[in-house]
Design a protein around this ligand. Structure first.
Ligand SMILES: [Zn+2]
Length: 332
């Protein structure tokens, strides 16, 4: 592990230079990844409708599922009438009225009306959340990573501990993603930076020196002025989220939520840094951050970190599979 370490800072850097213009990833594009994932999940749903199944060696939670559920993950409503479709063991725990996986659930809409799609995996009382794409198409590889993780977890349900429910929102800013995969794709359709619109240290403006400043971008007219932020904050407040990751790109490392950083967020950041080349503390970009998502989450008692991928082109899937496994087993 050759992580570059710097001293902790009072202000946290984020996305200062964005040194590269995104280019299509060799071999597989995000759209191809998304299409492949969607096709797999649709296929899984079709299989679930016609084939009996049981738990597998990598699927210790299989016996918990109702008979109508799928090992590979069923997307969409769990059953025709919303009730349990079967009970494998009358003496065992009551199966929940849905399969191991469900989604996408539309938790809200973007400014331009695109759905904000949440996926769920597992049944446990401990709720974890991964959010990608808060900076839209400018950080499109985080969205691609989100879909790769959805596909992986759907196919490997044993990765989710029995006491955990994982929620994953692959694209918080779908309007930005649709607009451009360069600078122009960062803000939402109101020109708002969705990572500066949260009710935590929110300000109408901030010193631009040292911060991302490639285009005019605002914090919104007031905290949570944007529908994307309203939808996600409402979801979090109604789901008792214990810890979360927000994915960005690129290259600065891992940031712990809270200003100053909250101890549990620091512990989570350190745990993730230990299995990745992403540094914690992160690299110093000398930017003062306001209205940030992870700061808001930390204010609400959630262990929260921003994780920056290595560049604007790769999903770092193998690295973030390790992140996922540590994240799901980590306890405050
Ligand atoms: Zn970002």
């Amino acid at each position: 592990m050759h992580r570059r370490r710097v001293a902790p800072m009072k202000t946290k850097p984020r996305d200062p230079g964005h040194r590269r213009v995104p280019t299509p990833r060799a071999g597989i594009s995000r759209k191809e990844t998304v299409a492949a994932g969607t096709a797999l999940l649709v296929l899984a749903a079709a299989l679930a409708a016609c084939a009996p199944r049981s738990g597998s060696p990598d699927d210790p939670s299989g016996s918990m599922r109702p008979a109508g559920s799928s090992r590979a993950g069923v997307l969409g409503p769990p059953s025709e009438d919303g009730t349990p479709s079967g009970s494998a063991d009358p003496a065992g725990p009551e199966p929940p009225p849905y399969g191991f996986a469900s989604g996408p659930e539309v938790i809200g809409r973007s400014v331009e009306g695109r759905p904000l799609e949440m996926y769920r995996f597992g049944f446990g009382p401990v709720s974890r959340l991964i959010v990608a794409g808060i900076h839209g198409g400018y950080e499109w590889n985080t969205i691609a990573l989100g879909h790769e993780l959805i596909e992986y977890v759907g196919d490997h349900p044993g990765v989710v501990p029995a006491d955990v429910t994982l929620f994953l929102l692959p694209a918080l800013n779908p309007d930005g993603d649709a607009r451009s995969h360069s600078f122009e794709g960062r803000a939402n359709a109101h020109g708002v930076d969705l990572s500066r619109n949260w009710d935590s240290g929110w300000r109408t403006d901030w010193p631009r020196a040292g911060c991302w400043n490639h285009l005019p971008i605002t914090a919104g007219s007031h905290p949570a002025s944007e529908p994307e932020v309203k939808a996600l904050s409402a979801f979090i407040e109604s789901h008792d989220i214990e810890a979360l990751i927000s994915y960005h790109s690129a290259a600065l490392g891992i940031f712990a939520g809270g200003q100053p950083a909250e101890p549990e967020s620091v512990r989570l950041a350190e745990a993730l840094a230990a299995v990745t080349p992403y540094p914690y503390p992160p690299l110093d970009g000398d930017c003062a951050f306001t209205g940030q998502f992870t700061d808001w989450a930390a204010d609400h008692g959630i262990a929260a970190v921003d994780v920056e991928l290595t560049n604007h082109t790769d999903t770092d899937f193998e690295i973030n599979l390790r992140v996922l496994k540590v994240f799901l087993k980590w306890r405050p």
